[in-house]
Structure formats: C-alpha cells, structure tokens
Design a protein around this ligand. Structure first.
Ligand code: UN1
Length: 517
C-alpha cells in the first residue's frame, strides 16, 4: 500500500516558514536569542509542512524539571491564598492576550502541527473560550451544605487548591489542551509545570511567554507556570515527584499505562486523556447529507490526528452502499496539501512514523479482509513531508486492526442489521472517548444515549465525534483513561475537598447518637 500518486503538492519554503515562525514567536514575547542555542541540551523544532528542521531550542533536563517543580511549589504557596476571583483576573488577561495573538499562535500551530489555518485558529479560539469559562468559574468554585443530624451544627464542603499540577500534552492539540488544564488549575489556586510534546516546542514557548506576560501584569508570583522542554525520560521527575499531586496527561494509551501506575503508587491523582477509537452509527432514518458532512469533518479533518477523530462508521445495511458511495465521492475530491493554502482541507501527517503506521494499518486491514474503497496513497511532496489521501476501508468484521487506534485518516466501514448489534459493535473496542449516532428516530437516539448504549465519555446525536465545545466535560472511559478536562465540573479534579462540621451550640452531641460517658 505504499503507493505514491504523482499530483505533486506545492509547498512553501523552509526559509519562509522560519521567517513566519520568528515573526510569530517575537510577537508573542519569545526571546529569539533562545533559538539555535550554542550549548546545552537542545530540542529541534521541525515542521511537517515541508519536513525541514527549523530551529534548535534549549532543552530541559531532569534537574531542570525538579527545579521547575520547586519553583512552582513556592509560587503555589502564595497563590493559594489569593482569592479565587482575583485569580480569575489573571485568566481574564491571559484570554485577552490570546485574542490579541490569535493569528500568531495559529501560524505556529500551522507550522509545527500542519493544521489548516481554520483549524489552527479554532484551536486558539478554544483557548480563549476556556479562559472565559475559567473566569466565570473563579466566582463559582462552590461547595455544598448538607443538613447536619446534630442540633446546632452545620455540615458543609469547601474546595481548596492541591499544589503543582503536572501537564503533559500531545503534539496534535499543542495549545488548547494545555490551556484547558492551565486555565482551570490557575483559577483553582494551583501552579503548573508543563511538559509539552517535543514536536511542538515553538508553539509551547509562545503559549508560555503569553501566560508569563499576563502573570507579570497581574502581579502573580514568579514560577506560577513553568514550561519544561524536556524529553519523556527527563519528564519522569514530574510523574514521580510527591510535590506534584495531580498529573494531567494527554497522549497514547501506552504512555498512560506507564504514567498512571507510577502516579498511583505515590497516591497522586491522574487526569488521563488517552486513545480514542470513535465511531458513528448511521441508521436507516439518518439525514444522509448531514451524516456525510459530519463524518468527513470528523474522519478526514486534522488529517485524522485528533483523539476524537472518527475511525469507524457502523452503517445499517439498507443505507450502507449509498452512504459509502457518497463518502468515497467526497473523499476523492478532498483538497490535500499545503495547510496554509486557501482551500486546503487536509494537511500533512506529523512525521514519517505516522505515515509508516498508516501504511501498516492499511496493509493489516487488507490482510484481514478489508477493501480500500478510496484514498490511502501518499501524495508526492518533499522527502520529509507526508501528505496522504484520507482512506475509506470496507471491513467484513471488526478485526484487530479496527480495534486499535491508528493516528491517521483511515475510516473503517462496518455494516449492521439491528441497533443492538450496532451498539455491541460500537462498544467492542478497548477505547471509550467519543461516539455519535446519525438518526432521526428518537427511539434510536435515546437507546444510544442510555446506560446500555454508547459506553463513551462523549455521546453525540447527529453531529460527528470531534469538535467538542469547552463547556462540557471532555474525556472518556476504558483505555481512554477516565479523566475529565475542560468544562462542567472538571475543575474539581484540580482541587481537594474538605468536609467541615461546625458546632455553634453549647453541647457536644456525637454523630450516630453515640453516648460517650
Ligand atoms: C484532542 O484531540 O486531544 O473535541 C483534543 C475536539 C477538540 C479537542 C480534541 N475540541 O475534537
């Protein structure tokens, strides 16, 4: 399946991308003298757009990570005493600066991740939205009061900051997922040490510089947020440090399986957002126009590199042929190419490894009885860049390849006859992040939403699996890790709960009516 089709892709030059990156970094407040350091550990910033290395950036080693944790812990000790609404003022300013630098951050995300401009700007908008949300939250970190069983007593809950939150983020949402965690953690009174993906160090440096500016303007303690450009091995300090009560990690199931037991062994808390193997069930009553649009955005958008990307369609036999034909027809016309060019909808894969994984998955699918109906080929471009045509593969059954997450634009199509069979197929994968059903039949929709319906953390009706709003809690079950970030009451994951019983009487009645002399 390693076919390369000849319609060559025209790309910007690496020098052009370097110039754009320098301009955006400088506008965001990153000291350009950091680029291409002469000595010390170093990370290489690269672009998937052309496949070229862009700059060197100073790396952090394990001792830097330990020092960052100490600094952040000190900052937390004073930050936790700042009233939450005053903490919100910092996030308000941060959101304003993000708005001001939306285009700069969008450019960096485009350069380092290869997202098309609309999606790169969408990611920054998601950061601005979470700031709005966290600002409101800063006046709503509410606890309950419960009736006490004892006269003259009050029972209530208060919520307090926890300490340093370790944030480990992935390349595909280099800015927004960090912002979900950081905006909430800061409003909750925590400090943050951030280990971004090594693939997106420039975007991360720009985000950190913008945050630092907001923090300085608002008089926040130094070191409230520290970014460490560390390797996964050096970042293990973050995983093991007892001074990091919460580790919020986004990435592969393999990474989560390493991080979670180590944090648990020291009784730390994790917020995990790991793999997804998201599906849509399309029923006979579905509005197929809507379904096609929703599926194409979710399956081919971001070149299949979202954790929420749709990887499976489970189509009723009555409409499966028509749906598949229509999807293939759209797939054959999808504009693949330079993410900065107007009209492009599918940018590059992140790197050679991602492409090798896609090729291997397509080979496995064919060996397991699949038939590639559209796409799958690599388009001719520069040597180090990987532009692929999103693929649709008809599968006779939910074989091993369909059950694993391949972080590339491959959409497997399966067929079903009864809704019970469709839901069983839907849930028969290890992951449990996002899901959707396309139907105009309320009974079918409700069955999918019910306790014995979709087993995912995100369950949608008549929209695709990706592109969640920040207002809801984001995350999923099973090997997705069980964490919840972003909206709703996800903030509670960044705080500790204290149960308070207050006696305002002159007596000392004991609970449960216990008489103690
Ligand atoms: C991710 O891919 O890690 O729902 C996050 C979505 C985005 C977030 C994706 N709001 O697709």
């Amino acid at each position: 399946m390693t076919t390369t089709v000849s319609a060559a892709i025209t790309l910007p030059t690496a020098d052009d991308l370097r110039d754009r990156a320098r301009a955006a970094l400088s506008a965001c407040g990153v000291d350009l003298s950091l680029l291409d350091p002469a000595a010390g550990p170093r990370i290489t910033a690269r672009t998937p757009v052309t496949g070229d290395d862009l700059f060197g950036y100073p790396g952090s080693d394990a001792s830097d990570v330990a020092a960052a944790i100490d600094t952040a812990h000190q900052a937390y000790l004073s930050w936790r005493t700042v009233p939450a609404p005053a903490r919100g003022a910092l996030i308000k300013r941060f959101g304003e600066l993000l708005t001001e630098h939306k285009a700069d951050l969008g450019a960096l995300i485009g350069i380092e991740v290869g997202k098309i401009t609309a999606e790169a700007l969408g990611e920054v908008q998601e950061m601005i939205d979470i700031c709005d949300f966290a600002l409101g939250l800063s006046r709503q970190l509410d606890g309950r009061t419960m009736p006490s069983e004892r006269p003259g007593h009050r029972l209530m809950e208060t919520w307090h900051p926890l300490g340093v939150v370790g944030v480990i983020s992935a390349f595909n949402f280099p800015a927004a997922v960090w912002a979900w965690n950081t905006a909430l953690a800061i409003v909750c009174g925590d400090a943050v040490v951030w280990k971004p993906s090594e693939l997106t160090v420039l975007t991360s440096a720009a985000c950190a510089a913008i945050f630092d500016r907001a923090a300085a303007e608002c008089g926040a303690p130094d070191g409230l947020h520290v970014m460490v450009a560390a390797s996964a091995a050096d970042a293990e300090v973050l995983v093991d440090s007892p001074k990091v009560p919460v580790v919020s990690a986004t990435g592969s199931e393999r990474m989560g399986a390493q991080v979670a037991p180590r944090v648990a062994a020291r009784f730390g808390r994790t917020i995990l957002e790991l793999g997804g193997n998201n599906a849509a069930i399309v029923t006979p009553s579905a509005d197929l126009d809507l379904a096609v649009r929703g599926i194409v955005f979710a399956a081919a958008g971001t070149a299949g590199q979202r954790c929420t990307t749709m990887r499976r369609v489970i189509a009723h036999t009555d409409i499966a042929d028509e749906l598949t034909d229509r999807l293939c027809e759209v797939y054959r016309r999808l504009p693949v190419g330079d993410p900065f060019a107007e009209g492009t909808l599918v940018g590059p894969l992140i790197d050679a490894r991602a492409h090798a994984n896609m090729v291997a998955a397509l080979d496995d699918a064919v060996a397991q009885g699949g038939q590639v109906l559209a796409g799958g080929a690599r388009r001719e471009s520069s040597d180090g860049s990987f532009y692929v045509e999103p693929a649709i593969v008809a599968m006779p059954a939910q074989t091993a390849v369909v059950q694993r997450e391949t972080f590339a634009p491959i959409l497997y199509v399966l067929r079903y006859s009864t809704l019970a069979e469709a839901i069983a197929l839907h849930n028969d994968v290890p992951q449990g992040l996002s899901s959707s059903i396309f139907t105009l039949d309320q009974r079918e929709a409700e069955q999918f939403l019910a306790a014995d319906g979709s087993d995912c953390g995100i369950v949608n009706v008549n929209i695709g699996t990706s592109g969640a709003e920040i207002g809801g809690a984001f995350g999923g079950e099973k090997t997705t890790g069980g964490g919840r970030e972003s909206g709703s009451d996800a903030w509670r994951g960044y705080m500790r709960r204290a149960t308070n019983t207050i006696n305002y009487s002159h007596d000392l009645p004991l609970a449960q009516g216990v008489n103690f002399g």
